[in-house]
Design a protein around this ligand. Structure first.
Ligand code: UDP
Ligand code: MG
Length: 338
């Protein structure tokens, strides 16, 4: 069993997170588990705490990224190193209780491929966060080609075959919960109450939330590209009516100088064209990002069981499924030497 947690400036949460996650893992799996903590380029003491935890507890694997890559990529880095047959992805701030591992494992024993946490009640989140999240999930489920369950985050337990499929998807603008929905299999919801953060503040300011929403929508729907077609059809209908009206006025010899109507038409269609261009730009931008085919993330260092493990320099450019094998080999080699 692997528990994967992305951490960005979570120094105040990490020790408590480790305590509760390790206890939950031990209760379900005895000693055969690991906790992969990914430091997403934090600026506080997060990395030194991860190092200390890895020193004290051989179950901990600490991974430091070269810089802040964002939640989704930090999670992806953790997933590509996770070695468990089952992998739980969870936030490090204890908003999602690690103790839910037990009921998730039970569902998986009964045959589920993915058990995702669905937020029933959300404690201590602003009305704005709740309202924007709710609007976002509703918009997304109307647009997306695959059904993406509402009110779920990335908190979930996944079977190995799902993790392998997820990790082998090459796209850079990752929207993990959507990718997991795309994979399919037997996916079940576990309703839970989302807690307040253990400590600290949200690392998802409005700017990141908007970016995330745009990635989700453009990654899973080409619906917005069709907006141009619908608006065009609507405008064509309007133009026909206007044409009839103009010809009629002309026939009646009553050609008025219509400054207001001309201005309105110019401003309206100018705005519509810019919006549609902007939407197309989002998709072109995505193509551009993907075409560069850079690695998803770069790993600075990995520590476990009190040792720093030297990953080969080209590690992050390897195919993600090869990454886990290389990591297994690196890990085994250094353990033998120690
Ligand atoms: N996180 C991260 N990189 C970032 C932002 C967030 O790894 O750039 C981590 C963060 O440490 C936490 C999880 O992603 O474990 C979710 O972030 P947060 O709790 O701030 O988001 P919220 O729950 O407020 O949506
Ligand atoms: Mg949180």
């Amino acid at each position: 069993m692997s528990i994967v947690a992305p951490c960005y400036n979570e120094a105040e949460c990490l020790r408590e997170f480790h305590r509760r996650a390790a206890a939950a893992a031990r209760a379900s799996c005895g000693e055969s588990f690991e906790i992969v903590l990914v430091d997403d380029g934090s600026r506080d003491a997060t990395w030194s705490i991860i190092e200390a935890l890895a020193e004290a507890d051989p179950h901990v694997v600490g991974v430091r990224l070269m810089r802040n890559h964002g939640h989704q990529l930090a999670a992806s880095a953790g997933l590509s190193l996770a070695r468990g047959d089952r992998v739980m992805l969870i936030d490090a701030d204890l908003q999602d209780p690690p103790e839910l591992l037990a009921p998730m494992m039970a569902r998986m024993d009964a045959g589920a491929d993915v058990v995702f946490g669905q937020r029933g009640v959300r404690h201590a989140e602003t009305w704005f966060k709740k309202a924007s999240a709710s609007a976002f999930y509703r918009l997304l489920s109307n647009l997306a080609a695959v059904p993406i369950p509402r009110d779920t985050g990335d908190f979930r337990l996944m079977r190995r075959r799902v993790v392998d499929a997820l990790v082998s998807m090459p796209e850079r603008q990752r929207f993990i919960r959507g990718l997991v929905s795309w994979i399919g299999g037997r996916q079940e919801a576990l309703v839970y109450e989302r807690q307040a953060r253990h400590a600290g503040t949200s690392k998802y300011p409005l700017r990141k939330m908007i970016r995330f929403a745009v990635d989700a929508i453009t990654g899973f729907s080409i619906g917005p590209l069709r907006v141009a077609t619908y608006l065009g059809l609507f405008a064509a209908g309007l133009a026909l009516l206007l044409l009839a009206y103009t010809l009629w006025q002309w026939a009646a010899g009553d050609t008025v100088a219509g400054w207001s109507s001309v201005m309105t038409a110019i401003v309206l269609f100018g705005a519509v064209q810019l919006i549609v261009l902007g939407i197309q730009g989002e998709y072109v931008g995505r193509l551009f990002q993907e075409a560069k085919a850079r690695p998803l993330f770069l790993i600075d260092r990995v520590v476990t069981a009190g040792n720093e493990r030297a990953l080969p320099a080209e590690f992050c450019s390897l195919a993600p499924t090869a990454q886990r094998e290389v990591w297994e080999a690196t890990r085994a080699a250094t353990t033998l030497r120690a």
